[in-house]
Design a protein around this ligand. Structure first.
Ligand code: XLS
Ligand code: NI
Ligand code: NI
Length: 435
């Protein structure tokens, strides 16, 4: 059964088009910096927002009209697979991501859940073979069920740790079955509500323990996806251990996970941590740990993870500057961890919202490439640090100076020539690349 038969495959038609179901900026085959837009952007769809989100919020019932509801949970799950691949096809998106609980009903026991997962992943595998779509990453939802009240690997309850480990094992088996390129850990409730009853070190040691078990198991089954940790400072926990990129890198280094783990960074999580997204991307890149991104945007007036579709071209331009500087994201990609607003409740909104996100990223890519071509920011930084290109600057960088020799130098040169940054003018000229 086709769920979107009234919508044909979305094509690039340029900015003159009045067709809402067309790309105005994303032209998959257009070559930029030697790669097609499709190769640069490696878009992915998130199963949870696209297939299972119903539009309800703490104040209201579901609003979304979805025609894939079946008469049993398994029937619905199968229908969703069909509808999901149809959306991937319509949009020409090559990748997808999911949590275990998104794709299959959890049933009455873990055994039942696993057998449901086997059945549904058979279906997904068959659709992947038919369409050539690929699994960017999967993950285990270890935060929704009440058993995860106090976290998963960081839980005070060892049986909960064991349950989480079983989900991760199954997640890796599924990753192998479907050729997953990455595997994500987002620490949903890996944090604490109160320090009064929490042993932080104990809990973090245990999180690292589970991560190491995952690496070991991957090696054992001969499947090595790029492992990714997704930082977030809070929500649902009051404080989450993977607070931001810098905190998570400290964790990765402390527990010797550097060879196997990189970061999956999400725009809205950066906002919650009090950072810009480009700050987070830059931190990760400096550690050679920028693995993948969850594309969305928050609302500066709200303090939670609103997961809106990205439509801000300033943000996507800065994001794409980081991604290009990183030499791309592969094997990672750009996953739309974004949901339609409650008032956008029609099926076709799923297509329209993704077009909006994809076009906004395409504009960001084009603007970023132009900025790089003109060396606009490169020249600016070059000039700004020019004092390290000569004389005492070179000697400092070559570690040829010490406190005494520099004191001698400063005593003779005690009024450095300072230069204005002209930052307002820089920002204004930057606008020319975007609009
Ligand atoms: C929640 C996270 C989640 C992860 C996957 O805020 O963004 O959706 O991406 O578990
Ligand atoms: Ni996310
Ligand atoms: Ni999020």
């Amino acid at each position: 059964m086709a769920y979107f038969s009234s919508i044909s495959n979305v094509q690039y038609e340029g900015t003159k088009t009045s067709n809402l179901f067309a790309f105005r900026h994303y032209n998959p085959d257009e070559v930029i910096e030697g790669k097609t837009m499709r190769e640069h952007l490696r878009f992915a769809l998130a199963y949870w927002h696209t297939m299972t989100q119903d539009g309800s919020d703490p104040f209201g019932s579901p609003t979304n009209i979805r025609t894939w509801e079946g008469s049993t949970p398994m029937e619905t799950a199968h229908n969703r697979v069909e509808a999901f691949f149809e959306i991937l096809e319509k949009l020409g998106v090559d990748y997808f991501c999911f949590h275990d609980v998104d794709i299959a009903p959890t049933g009455d026991s873990l055994e039942q859940f696993f057998s449901n997962l086997d059945e549904i992943t058979d279906h997904i595998k068959q659709k992947m073979e038919e369409t050539g779509k690929k699994l960017l990453w999967n993950t285990a939802n270890m935060f929704s069920h009440p058993r995860f009240n106090n976290g998963a690997a960081s839980s005070n309850n060892a049986e909960v740790f064991a349950y989480a480990a079983a989900q991760v094992k199954k997640g890796l088996d599924i990753s192998k079955k479907l050729g997953g390129e990455n595997y994500v850990f987002w620490g949903g409730r890996e944090g604490y509500e109160s320090l009064l009853n929490t042993n932080m070190k104990f809990e973090q040691d245990n999180i690292a323990r589970l991560f190491k078990m995952a690496v070991t198991y991957g090696e054992k089954i001969g499947h090595k996806p790029q492992f990714l940790i997704e930082p977030k400072p809070k929500e649902p926990s009051k404080h989450q251990y993977d607070f931001d990129a810098a905190t998570t890198m400290a964790f990765i280094q402390k527990y010797d996970l550097e060879g196997d783990f990189k970061l999956n960074l999400e725009a809205n999580h950066a906002t919650l941590a009090g950072h810009t997204f480009e700050h987070e991307l830059n931190v990760a890149r400096d550690y050679d740990a920028l693995g993948s991104i969850d594309a969305n945007q928050g609302d500066m007036l709200l303090g939670w993870d609103t997961d809106e579709f990205p439509t801000n071209i300033y943000d996507t331009t800065f994001t794409m500057l980081e991604i290009l500087a990183n030499g791309g994201l592969a094997p990672g990609g750009i996953n739309f961890d974004a949901k339609v607003r409650r008032s956008s409740f029609e099926m076709e909104d799923l297509i329209l919202a993704h077009i909006a996100g994809m076009d906004t990223y395409a504009r960001g890519l084009k603007a970023a490439a132009k900025i790089r071509e003109d060396k606009f920011l490169e020249n600016l930084k070059e000039e700004r640090y020019a004092s390290y290109k000569e004389g005492i600057g070179i000697r400092i960088l070559e570690d040829k100076e010490d406190l005494e020799s520099l004191t001698e130098y400063a005593l003779k040169n005690d009024s450095p020539t300072l230069e204005s940054s002209h930052l307002e003018s820089v920002k204004s000229r930057l606008n020319d690349y975007l609009i």
